[in-house]
Design a protein around this ligand. Structure first.
Ligand code: GDP
Length: 298
C-alpha cells in the first residue's frame, strides 16, 4: 500500500532539491503535484483540498530555518500534515473501570472481521488480558465455525450458540456472553457481529440492537482498506446506522492505493485504532499515525 503515493511524493520533493529559497511558483507547483498524488491515491476530495491548503499555507509562512533546506522543510510539513489527517496521536483501547471490557465489531461481510477478532484476541492475550470471543454472526453459514477455528489458533475460548441452534438470536447470544465472561473472569469480550455484502437496514438494526443490549465500551468499525473510496462511504453509513468509537483498517498489506487509510479519519471524525496487515494472526497492531506517515515518506 502507498507505493505509488510514496514514489510520487518523492519525485515532487526531488524537484525542490538544490533550491535555496522557495518562490511562490515553486510552492504552487509543489502543491499541485501533492494534490495529484493524493487524488491518484484515491484520497477523498475534501481531504485532499484541506491537506493541500494546509501545506501551502505553511510553506508560505514558515521561515526556512538554518537546519532545513526548502525541500526538507516541505517534507517536514507534509509529514506533520499526514500525521494530522491520520489522526495525530495513537488512540489506545479504553478498558472498562470494572467488569469485562466489551468490544463490539461491526462491518461488511468480507471486511475481515472474523480474522480481526482473533488477531485482536491474541494481541490482548499478549498484553496479559484474558479475552473471550463471541460468535454473534449467525447470518453467514460457517461464521461461527470460522471464529471457533480462529479462536483455537490463538488459544482464546469462543462463546457461541449451541450447535444446531444456528438461527439463534444474536442479541441474546451477545447478552449471554457478558454473563459468561463475568462467571469465567474474562476481562475482555470481543463480539463478532454479522456483516452483509452491502449496507442494509436489517444489518444496521441488528448491530444497533446488539449495541443497545450490551452497551460496549468500544464499538469498532472494521473496514477493508482495499476498497478505496467505498470504504469512506461505508464508514459514513455505519456511523449513521450504528455509530462507533474507532476504525480498524484491514488488508493494509494489499497493493491498494491507500486512499481509505488517509481519508477515513477526516471524513468520519473517528480515529483509526488498529491496522491489520496480513493473513498471519500476528499481522496486527495499534495504528500509529506518525509511523504510517513516515512509511509513506520513506
Ligand atoms: P468477515 O466476513 O468480515 O468476517 O471477513 P473474514 O475475516 O472472513 O475475512 C475475509 C477474507 O479476508 C479472508 O479470506 C481473510 O483471510 C482475509 N483477510 C482478513 N484480514 C486480512 C488482512 O489483513 N490481509 C489479507 N491479505 N487478508 C485478510
Amino acid at each position: 500500500m502507498f507505493a505509488t503515493l510514496s514514489d510520487r511524493l518523492a519525485d515532487t520533493f526531488k524537484n525542490l532539491r538544490g533550491k535555496g529559497k522557495l518562490s511562490e511558483a515553486d510552492i504552487d507547483a509543489t502543491a499541485r503535484e501533492i494534490r495529484i498524488a493524493l487524488l491518484e491515491a484515491d484520497v477523498a476530495l475534501p481531504v485532499v483540498k484541506e491537506f493541500v491548503g494546509a501545506v501551502k499555507e505553511r510553506a508560505r509562512s514558515e521561515e526556512v530555518s538554518g537546519a532545513l533546506n526548502p525541500a526538507q522543510m516541505i517534507i517536514k510539513i507534509v509529514h506533520e500534515e499526514l500525521v494530522t489527517i491520520l489522526g495525530g496521536e495513537t488512540r489506545r483501547l479504553r478498558y472498562a473501570k470494572s467488569g469485562p471490557t466489551v468490544i463490539m465489531l461491526a462491518g461488511l461481510q468480507g471486511a475481515g472481521k472474523t480474522t480481526l477478532a482473533a488477531k485482536l484476541a491474541l494481541w490482548l492475550k499478549d498484553q496479559d488480558k484474558t479475552p473471550m470471543l463471541v460468535a454473534a454472526d449467525l447470518q453467514r453459514p460457517n461464521a461461527v465455525q470460522q471464529l471457533q477455528v480462529n479462536g483455537e489458533r490463538v488459544g482464546v475460548p469462543v462463546f457461541a450458540p449451541e450447535p444446531g441452534n444456528g438461527t439463534g438470536n444474536p442479541v441474546e447470544v451477545a447478552r449471554a456472553s457478558i454473563e459468561e465472561a463475568r462467571r469465567k473472569l474474562h476481562d475482555v469480550v470481543i463480539i463478532d457481529t454479522a456483516g452483509r455484502l452491502g449496507v442494509d437496514e436489517t444489518l444496521m438494526q441488528q448491530a444497533a440492537d446488539i449495541r443497545d443490549a450490551v452497551q460496549p465500551d468500544e464499538v469498532l468499525f472494521v473496514v477493508d482498506a482495499m476498497i478505496g473510496q467505498d470504504a469512506v462511504v461505508t464508514a459514513q453509513a455505519f456511523l449513521d446506522g450504528v455509530g462507533y468509537d474507532g476504525v480498524v483498517l484491514t488488508k493494509l498489506d494489499g497493493d491498494a492505493r491507500g486512499g481509505a487509510a488517509l481519508s477515513i479519519r477526516s471524513i468520519t471524525g473517528k480515529p483509526v485504532m488498529f491496522a491489520s496487515s496480513g493473513e498471519k494472526m500476528t499481522d496486527f497492531d495499534l495504528f500509529h499515525p506518525d509511523r504510517m506517515a513516515s512509511r509513506i515518506l520513506d
